[in-house]
Design a protein around this ligand. Structure first.
Ligand code: F3S
Length: 755
């Protein structure tokens, strides 16, 4: 049995008592989010009425999940903490490092040989420290977690931003950096700023072409990629209850695209059904015993405006299918408006690929609804005008849909079934012709569509939609196709219309699998040896970062002033670089290569102030480092949005950047900077961003008095001899300032372990 029933029993045993105590202190009815948060306070944390968006609170999550790309650095760090075993149930999932090219069997074989060293490392570390290990091909982390580990009312963290997917089963599940995972695995409190709460009331019922995906596509359009920052989005209402558990998972999954801390739904019958269908009837029985604590109080949902910081209402009966993109997941277009919108913007109308699956949309319901469209294409003699690719979310899903004849239908459309892994969703797509960088359009059921994400081509216009809409649009090959109203010409020259999709929430014959790919760790791993070859290009044991000397940093040069969007993909690109996730020095060669230089609109071309020449960001920074010159990176709004990868913080740190100064941060990235002993600061006055010139140098005037709630002052020295002072804000509390002093949070943990 993969899941830990005793742990769940222990969580439920005193949940009612903890919630009651919190209700007394807070003195009002509670949302589900608050119930979960207050019942997961760390034992060292004093219970009080926390201020949303302000109080830093120590929590004790129940579980940790890690994917192969982020697990490498997390476990390399955990090894440094000097512990024998992980303190909470934890799992590693090998899903990111698997290339999609020809099809599952061959791709998996090639990936095993290309990344075998990393998989072996992860397997041995997991075995040693009591961590469950999901082999390459077993599935995508979030689908596997939903199928095996997520449980109503639980709290987990995961080293991947789409950890939030587990909200579909009523959890508070949060994507974090590897350093946070290290804290929790080491039994340390895990700190989070108490989130704000956004309530989304769902009325009506989905029907026809509209799918759960459209709820979040619509919400993304309303809230934008920044709108959920620092907040938990809690869905409720009759509409929420009418949706499947996996549909709820899809909605929570893409909460990451609005920057939300996480999203969640109250426990209901759909979750009960899903738990039983996935062989966890005991968990459903336990949840049913305390179900009033696994959802928000009635009064909260009756008067949401009183209890949430923001309330959005969506009537599912009126919701139209959406297609979001290109290049950003919050550019929401109802399908009926797509042709007009695409033509007005010059987006390529021909759709070259339709990709179905990923952690976002590869449930049984998703695949059966998509295949109901694919089947019509076969029956109505429609030849698809686009190529099809499918990424099943887990071996259990793949095995079951193969058994039920679903893969056969996709096969008839010439679809390529890739490994049960992320593949194209994380740039692990060896797409023929992508290197020509031609302008083209693809449509997929994934969650992210930032430039270059799927195939590395900046001119690929990627659109996000539901799996059934992917199927319809890919069959038509036309981005403007609206299956609700339009017809298609079939092989006999007839006009045919696609009927709305139909599917099954859960397989009638139950889920089935022969080998789910799970490996239990050794009971006593003390004799297991973890090997890292000293000359490895993929793995490198870490050396601790230098502590801060307590002085003002002066004479900093500007490395880059990034313009516009600067996501973690821009700071530490995925795709081919995924292979170096366990080797800090090697991966540092991609640092900020995707960021746009404000002064010349180019990527990876910055001025070296020492030579006056323009060159790549990493080598320019290495030059400054070699000469002992501190540097600063300046950025725009929501800097570091996207994924939870702490590499985006560790790499600049490793290369000697001292400060990241931006208009605003994405939450996870800001925390990651703090954990790595970096200074992440914001302009007190946003327009000061405009004052930064290419040849500036910078001096702190009062960093030596670094303290909580106290802004810092920096002098900008311009090349013409003039200078000006600006105020900088920060959100470091005393403990985080301690990390900065020690050089990193891990340095502090290791020091405590020794004492
Ligand atoms: Fe993988 Fe894409 Fe999900 S990278 S974890 S399938 S968001």
């Amino acid at each position: 049995m993969a899941f830990d029933l005793d742990m769940i029993k222990a969580v439920y045993a005193d949940m009612a008592e903890k919630i009651e105590a919190a209700r007394k202190v807070v003195n009002k009815p509670l949302t589900l989010s608050e119930k979960i948060l207050y019942s997961h306070l760390h034992s060292d944390q004093k219970l009080e009425a926390f201020k949303r968006g302000k109080s830093y609170v120590d929590f004790a999550p129940d579980r940790v999940a890690m994917q192969d790309a982020t697990a490498q650095m997390a476990l390399l760090q955990f090894m440094q903490a000097g512990k024998k075993k992980v303190a909470v149930p934890s799992t590693v999932h090998c899903d990111h490092l698997i290339m999609a090219k020809k099809g599952a069997v061959e791709d998996l074989r090639n990936s095993l040989s290309a990344s075998g060293e990393v998989f072996n490392f992860l397997e041995s570390v997991s075995n040693k420290y009591g961590i469950g290990f999901w082999k390459p091909g077993a599935g995508i982390i979030h689908q596997v977690v939903l199928e095996n580990y997520a449980f109503p009312g639980g709290m987990m963290i995961g080293t991947d931003s789409h950890t939030v997917n587990a909200g579909g089963l009523g959890m508070v599940a949060i994507g974090v950096g590897g350093a946070d995972a290290v804290d929790v695995m080491a039994g340390m409190p895990w700190e989070l700023k108490f989130p704000k709460l956004i309530g989304v009331k769902l009325t009506g019922k989905l029907s026809g072409w509209t799918a759960p995906k459209d709820v979040i596509l619509k919400v993304a359009g309303i809230l934008t990629v920044k709108g959920g920052t620092g907040a938990i989005v809690e869905y409720f209402g009759e509409g929420a209850k009418s949706m499947s558990c996996t549909g709820k998972g899809t909605i929570c999954n893409m909460g990451a695209e609005i920057g939300a801390t996480t999203s969640t739904f109250g426990y209901d019958e759909s979750m009960d059904r899903y738990l039983r269908a996935t062989a966890r009837a005991e968990v459903a029985d336990l949840a049913n015993e305390i179900k009033e604590h696994l959802t928000g109080d009635d009064e909260v949902y009756a008067n949401p405006e009183k209890y949430f910081d923001q309330v959005i209402e969506i009537n599912l009966s009126e919701l139209e299918p959406h297609i979001n993109g290109p290049f950003t997941p919050d550019r929401a277009t109802p399908v009926s408006q797509m042709r007009k919108e695409a033509e007005a913007n010059g987006w390529p109308m021909h759709v070259e690929w339709g990709l179905i699956g990923s952690c976002t949309n590869s449930s049984y319901e998703d695949l059966t609804r998509a295949v109901s469209i694919a089947k019509q294409a076969v029956d109505k003699k429609l030849k698809p005008k686009s190529d099809f690719g499918i990424n099943p979310g887990s071996e259990q899903i793949r095995f079951t849909v193969e058994r039920d004849g679903i893969l056969d239908v996709f096969d008839k459309l010439g679809a390529r079934v890739f490994t049960n892994a992320c593949g194209p969703c994380i740039g692990q797509w060896d797409r023929a012709g992508a290197d020509k960088k031609e302008k083209n359009t693809i449509i997929h059921s994934f969650n992210r569509n930032f430039s270059k994400r799927a195939d590395g081509n900046p001119n690929t216009h990627a659109f996000v939609t539901s799996p059934e809409m992917v199927a319809a649009v890919a069959i038509s090959g036309d981005l403007g196709f609206n299956p609700l109203t339009d017809t298609l010409t079939n092989e006999d020259g007839e006009q045919v219309k696609l009927d709305p999709p139909s599917g099954f929430e859960l397989p009638e014959k139950g889920f089935d699998v022969e080998d789910n790919g799970y490996q239990e760790p050794a009971k006593d791993g003390s004799s297991v040896e973890v090997k890292v070859a000293p000359d490895s290009k993929r793995l490198q044991l870490l050396t601790p970062f230098e502590p801060w000397d307590g002085k003002n940093i002066t004479g900093m040069k500007l490395l880059i002033k990034a313009k516009g969007k600067c996501t973690t993909d821009h700071i530490s690109m995925a795709g081919p670089w995924l292979r170096f996730r366990g080797h800090l020095d090697n991966i540092a060669d991609n640092t900020l290569t995707g960021a746009v230089n404000y002064f010349n609109d180019a990527t990876d071309k910055v001025k070296n102030q020492l030579t006056g020449e323009y060159g790549p960001v990493p080598s320019t920074q290495r030059d400054y480092k070699a000469k002992g010159i501190p540097t600063i990176v300046v950025g725009d709004h929501n800097y570091g949005e996207g994924s939870s990868r702490e590499h985006a913080a560790m790499q600049p740190r490793h290369l000697g950047v001292k400060v990241i100064l931006v208009k605003s941060f994405a939450r996870i990235h800001e925390t990651n900077l703090k954990k790595q002993g970096m200074l992440g600061l914001t302009f007190a006055n946003e327009s000061d961003y405009d004052k930064i010139q290419e040849d500036d140098t910078f001096d702190f005037l009062d960093l030596d008095k670094f303290a909580e709630d106290k802004p810092l002052t920096m002098r900008i020295n311009h090349a013409d001899g003039s200078s000006e002072e600006i105020k900088l804000n920060h959100t470091y509390n005393e403990a985080q300032i301690g990390w900065y002093r020690a050089g990193s949070a891990l340095n502090l943990i290791a020091a405590k372990e020794k004492n």
